[in-house]
Design a protein around this ligand. Structure first.
Ligand code: 5GP
Length: 323
């Protein structure tokens, strides 16, 4: 008789290499995977070793992966060892999601999701490393298709300019009102610029979605955690500029971030590499898609095609979003 197909799917939040695992009962039976892979868990009967297949893999046989519980213990013991060696042990090495958060990044249960025609469009969140210029990308893609895509109108405490309209460029508010809203967690993010406060409210996103438009926001990656909810079902795109090996190779160095006419030094390139690495390490597990930006035009085209696919195709989302 046929075994029922397992419906348990997990997104891997860490890399696993059975050949380096001293705990596995059999290295050859292990299933290697990378962060971001979707695993179909065929059996959770054993407390320590689950059996799983990688989705999209032609290999039909299941392999062994550490159970969530077992991997948790492994990370916990390792973080103890690290913290004994070095009290400042980085969160990356301990594989925890946040400095002040003891939740380990192991698996996230996911399911296939496709937006139905009568459903609110998903929120599209852009994060970018140094030089990515995501705001420009966002504005361009929206300007081409303003009836389908929109930004969340931010709040600001700066005075309104004569050509601006309340609720179009910004919601213009007093400092007191802004502070009160911030205090009440109404913003997904806010910051100061030239002594004025700017921020994007949750309500601003909702009001775009209420018009049945796809809302695009660009935020600091710290805001991701608050946005990952069933209500918004964010699709997270990490934009990083293609960084040339060296600024001496002129043809390559002229394009990163679209800054065609700027002189870029080796230090700038190194800073860009570091910025991309840091975001990848700290927030990579919350990213649905990485967009490598060669130049503004091709990045816009790619972003446009991602947005079109979002409305048509099926994507993996946390099970808690669709219950
Ligand atoms: P302006 O006052 O010229 O319209 O905007 C100046 C700057 O304010 C922008 O370049 C941007 O850096 C910042 N800004 C605009 N909207 C927001 C927002 O929603 N959040 C944050 N943190 N900064 C914003």
């Amino acid at each position: 008789d046929k075994l029922k197909e397992s419906k348990v799917y997990m997104r891997a939040l860490f890399d696993y290499t059975p050949l380096e695992d001293k705990a596995t009962p059999c290295q050859e039976a292990g299933l290697p995977f990378k962060r971001g892979d979707i695993l179909q868990v065929v059996s959770q009967d054993d407390q320590t070793w689950w059996q799983a297949k990688r989705v999209g893999d032609c290999n039909l046989r299941a392999g062994l992966i550490p159970s969530k519980q077992f991997q948790e213990r492994f990370f916990l013991e390792r973080s103890f060892r690290l913290s004994r060696k070095d009290r400042r042990g980085s969160s990356r090495e301990a594989n925890v999601s946040d400095q002040n958060d003891t939740e380990f990044l192991i698996y996230e249960e996911v399911t296939r999701y496709q937006q139905k025609p009568n459903e609110r469009p998903r929120l599209v969140v852009l994060i970018g490393s140094l030089g990515a210029r995501i705001n420009e990308l966002k504005q361009k893609v929206i300007a081409e298709n303003p009836h389908r895509y929109a930004v969340a109108v931010p709040h600001t405490t700066r005075p309104k300019k004569s050509h601006e309209k309340e609720g179009v460029e910004y919601h213009f508010v007093t400092k007191q009102k802004f502070d009160a809203d911030a205090e009440n967690n109404k913003f997904i993010e806010y910051g100061e610029y030239k002594e004025n406060l700017y921020g994007t409210s949750i309500e601003a996103i909702r009001s775009v979605q209420a018009k049945n438009k796809m809302c695009l926001v660009d935020v600091q990656p710290e805001a991701l955690k608050a946005l990952r909810t069933a209500e918004f079902k964010p699709y997270v795109i990490f934009v990083k500029p293609r960084i040339p090996e060296s600024c001496r190779r002129r043809s390559a160095a002229s394009s990163p971030g679209g800054g065609e006419h700027e002189r870029i030094t080796e230090e700038d390139l190194q800073e860009m590499r570091l910025s991309a690495q840091q975001i990848d390490q700290q927030y990579g597990h919350q990213v649905d898609q990485v967009l490598i930006k060669e130049d503004t035009a091709s990045a816009c085209a790619e972003l446009r095609s991602i947005l079109e696919r979002l409305e048509r195709e099926t994507f993996w989302v946390p099970v808690s979003w669709v219950k």
